[in-house]
Design a protein around this ligand. Structure first.
Ligand code: FES
Length: 125
């Protein structure tokens, strides 16, 4: 597997060692995404305001390895919140990272929390 993809690994809430303060809530469009940098990672952060939820995942689309997922389209797949890559519309669960409409590898997803109007992403290192 490409080394760029290997940098991204799903972090479970129990594994969080660092809550990285990404930006104020107001920096993220409603029902849209934005890209945040943490070390050498690009993380797509989504303000899914229709569901009143926030999600974070790798910005890298695993198919063509472009940093594009933050510009994707939010949606719903049988009750699972998903992001569709803007390039070829492959979709991924924002909860587990699973590819929902093809057999691509899952994307990495990260814990996210809002505190005092700021967005924090959880990392294990
Ligand atoms: S590059 Fe993302 S679906 Fe093809």
């Amino acid at each position: 597997m490409d080394t760029l993809l290997l940098k991204y690994k799903t972090v479970k809430e129990a594994e969080v060692k660092v809550w990285f303060k990404a930006a104020p809530v107001s920096a993220f469009p409603k029902d849209g995404g934005a890209c945040v940098k943490y070390k050498d990672l690009q993380i797509a952060v989504f303000n899914f305001s229709r569901l009143d939820k926030w999600y974070a995942c790798q910005n890298l689309s695993p198919e063509k390895q472009e940093m594009v997922l933050s510009r994707g389209m939010l949606g719903d797949h049988k009750g699972i919140p998903k992001i569709a890559c803007p390039l070829h519309k492959k979709t991924f669960s924002l909860e587990t990272g699973e590819n929902l409409n093809a057999d691509l590898a899952p994307i990495a997803v990260y814990p996210i929390k809002i505190e005092a109007e700021n967005v924090y992403i959880g990392f294990s290192e």
